[in-house]
Design a protein around this ligand. Structure first.
Ligand code: GDP
Ligand code: IMO
Ligand code: MG
Length: 425
């Protein structure tokens, strides 16, 4: 029996989808436990290129059951599109379990997300505008609509009419056009029809799998620095993206986790606003952005990039209880003559005994990184299929990162394709 968790250690888009796809052939069950269609997990394998938003990246494993856990928020339109994209290769109806406890992202959540962002102006979070803040706010304030409600049309109708009344009051205050409840009801029920038979509570199946010595692979969305509690609030997301969220997100107790893999890029990136101490706004940053194709999977926004921040990654490893690191996108650094790694922070008074958790996001904006500089390898790593096949200086970089973060690197990725990933012994 194994329960392997794969979570992001930076600000998202670390290549979690790719790592999950590589581990998926060993898995009997593959599950998501957080977020919604703000996630975009890219998988490049023998079937093509997929950008999974809600469905776990292992759906193409022919024999595994796949789970959309209860704390995932479901946009039915996105779900239908995704189901169509995998239909030529697999039958999701047979293997997908979507918890009826999942909250539904309604059209008004997306509208409110946009209105709140615009009202905040320069102080906005830079969300994906998929309605995440408003849908999770409705969840915790007992105003949510769950898949359970859609299973009972009258229940849905009653709850929707209350929400339309509440939301219209807010929309009026913003001077926004009001909602048409009947149209929203009809549209939601149409979108629900094709997925209805996959809505079934996975709790019992997961508990049986744990007892039956199955291999369970759990795919995190977003990342520790976007976590609603521990991330750079308010420049974060609305859900919890840590290994510890396995219980509220999926109904699996923490004691079952056997392996926690944290995914980090060999540098760092973020899309959206907020502090990023090691950000590069110069030509080196442009080089990394182009080499790494750092444009948002969901929004196509250029991602901000910078040097690897080992200080912050040490913290996110502690937060998640990481056993092993997967270092992705090492090939993106191939052409750089010198590579820096942020190993600590310095404030304006010169103090260097500072930690991520000493202040909030606004404080972090004022902090300067302390760097160590390493030689680049100036050679392609894209063809490497083992650690020994990496240029010596690339091996030195991997070992340096491992030492300074303090967690072993067990996986290295050197390209988007499924073959371009290998274990480090
Ligand atoms: P996720 O959200 O963590 O699953 O990551 P994304 O899919 O949003 O972003 C990762 C991007 O990097 C995708 O375009 C992947 O195809 C690509 N990618 C993954 N691993 C590697 C790698 O090792 N090297 C390069 N160059 N690209 C990679
Ligand atoms: P994956 O799973 C990168 C960021 C947004 C924004 C902030 C809040 O692909 O790594 P939200 O729409 O969630 O309210 O936006 O969080 N964000 C992500 N950035 N990868 C993601 O997911 C993200 N999910 C949310 O850009 O800064
Ligand atoms: Mg992504």
């Amino acid at each position: 029996m194994s329960v392997t968790m794969v979570v992001g250690l930076q600000w998202g888009d670390e290549a979690k989808g790719k790592v999950v796809d590589a581990l998926a052939p060993e898995a009997d069950v593959i599950a998501r436990f957080n977020g919604g269609d703000n996630a975009g997990h890219t998988v490049v394998n023998e079937y093509g290129t997929f950008k999974f938003r809600l469905i776990p990246s292992g759906i193409l494993n022919p024999s595994a059951s796949v789970v959309i856990g209860n704390a995932v928020v479901v946009n039915l339109e996105t779900l239908n599109q995704e189901l169509e994209s995998v239909a030529p290769f697999t039958d999701p109806g047979k293997k997908l379990w979507i918890s009826p406890r999942c909250h539904v992202v309604m059209p008004y959540h997306r509208i409110l997300d946009g209105l709140y962002e615009e009202a905040k102006g320069a102080a906005s979070t830079g969300t994906t505008r998929r309605g995440m803040g408003p849908v999770y706010a409705d969840k915790v304030s007992y105003n949510g609509i769950r898949l359970y409600d859609l299973l009972t049309p009258q229940q849905f109708k009653d709850k929707l009419s209350v929400q339309v009344r509440i939301k219209n009051a807010i929309l009026r205050a913003f001077g926004h056009e009001e909602l048409d409840g009947q149209q929203m009801y009809d549209q939601t029920m149409d979108l629900f029809e094709p997925v209805r038979h996959m809505v079934r509570e996975p709790f019992g199946m997961l508990q049986d799998a744990l007892q039956a010595d199955a291999n369970i692979l759990i795919e995190g969305a977003q990342a520790a620095l976007l976590d609603n509690d521990w991330g750079t609030y308010p420049f974060c997301t609305a859900s919890s993206s840590l290994t510890g969220s396995i219980t509220p997100g999926l109904g699996v107790a923490p004691k079952w986790i056997t392996r926690s893999i944290g995914v980090a890029k060999a540098y760092i990136g973020r899309v959206g606003n907020g502090p990023m101490p090691t950000e590069l706004t110069d030509e080196t940053g442009d080089l990394i952005r182009e080499a790494g194709n750092e444009y948002g999977t969901v929004t196509r926004r250029p991602r901000r990039v910078g040097w690897l921040d080992a200080e912050i990654t040490r913290f996110t490893c502690q937060l998640n209880g990481i056993d092993e690191l997967a270092l992705a996108k090492l090939d993106v650094l191939d052409k750089l003559p010198k590579i820096k790694v942020g190993v600590g922070y310095r404030d304006r008074s010169g103090r260097t005994d500072l930690r991520y958790w000493d202040g909030d996001a606004h404080w972090l904006e004022t902090i300067e990184p302390v760097y160590e500089e390493l030689d680049g390898w100036n050679q392609s790593t894209k063809e490497a299929r083992s650690f020994d096949a990496l240029p010596e200086k690339a091996q030195d970089y991997v070992r340096f990162v491992e030492d300074v973060i303090g967690s072993p690197i067990s996986i290295v990725s050197v390209g988007p394709e499924r073959e371009a990933i290998f274990p480090v012994k």
